[in-house]
Design a protein. Sequence first.
Lengths: 232, 117
Amino acid sequence: MSEHEPKEIVFFGKITAGMTHEMKNVLAIVRESAGLMEDLIQLDPSSAGSPHAGRMLVVLKTIDEQVNRGVELTSRLNRFAHHADRAIQSFDVNDLMQNLIALTQRFARLKNVTLAMVPGPEPIMIESRAVLLQMVLFVVIEAGLEALQPGAGIEIHPRLQADVCDIRLHFRDKTADPATIAATVLDTASEKMLGSLLSRLGGSADTDGGSESLVIHLPRRVHPPGAFSPDR
Amino acid sequence: MLLVDDEEDFVSALAERLHLRGIDARIATDGEAALEAMEIFLPQVVVLDVMMPGLGGAEVLKRIKAMHPELPVILLTGHGSIREGAAGLTHGADGYLVKPIDIEELIDKMRGALSGD
């Protein structure tokens, strides 16, 4: 039995994916227009004596760099939007986490907290609810940003252990004990419905017996509601 | 070269940049116009946007290949249609580029397509 993504999610995904496509067209126009200006300065002999040629080339380089930045951001957003296409899908947790971290960097930057991921050595393929998993991670990251002081860091380590994917979050803050932070983050995230979100993923979260990390445990394969789960 | 894309600002700037590099590039801003233009002027290579309103890139590719099987066609895709770009290769396209493109990469692809690479 297939499970459908809630209509609201599908709606948001479709609109966002469509708009990122439009934004890429805009960036393509900006790139070509700026490129034409650069060409006219560099390739057209009549422009050689222009007094502002040097300055304009510097500005055009800035435009091109920002186009690259725009392309990166819209590509990330497009990937995020397309996760709403299907409720349950196969994906590489490394890729999913890297994309989510890129999309949430702004929140971390505003708090002056570094947010980084140490990917697993191999792809971590699971079959699960990509949108929901990203929401779970975002809830935990947000709780972490609330708990941490400026200058702190969050490091995310996804790993595969037999049939379980563990996503370990280390919180590094010189002003507090990491184990205490992990416990605080888990409590705060739990108040934000972490438990109910994780139950839909067949997963759980803990501080790994009081270690310095918060760990999210996920099965490699989530089952739609009502389906037989050999793990239960 | 014939450049086919519904974004006129993009394709006009690109054509002018190619002219500055000694490459004769004409433009069409929709599929029908592209096919009509090809009845008057047969380009050496066609650069074709995949996502266009009306007659889409896939259909234009099909019709070009039906009339001129040996004519190289390079597809332009956005990231959402990379699958369409790759699928286009199985329908006879000779390459694809993801927008926004790098003009030198386009020229390399064009030269490669013309030399049969």
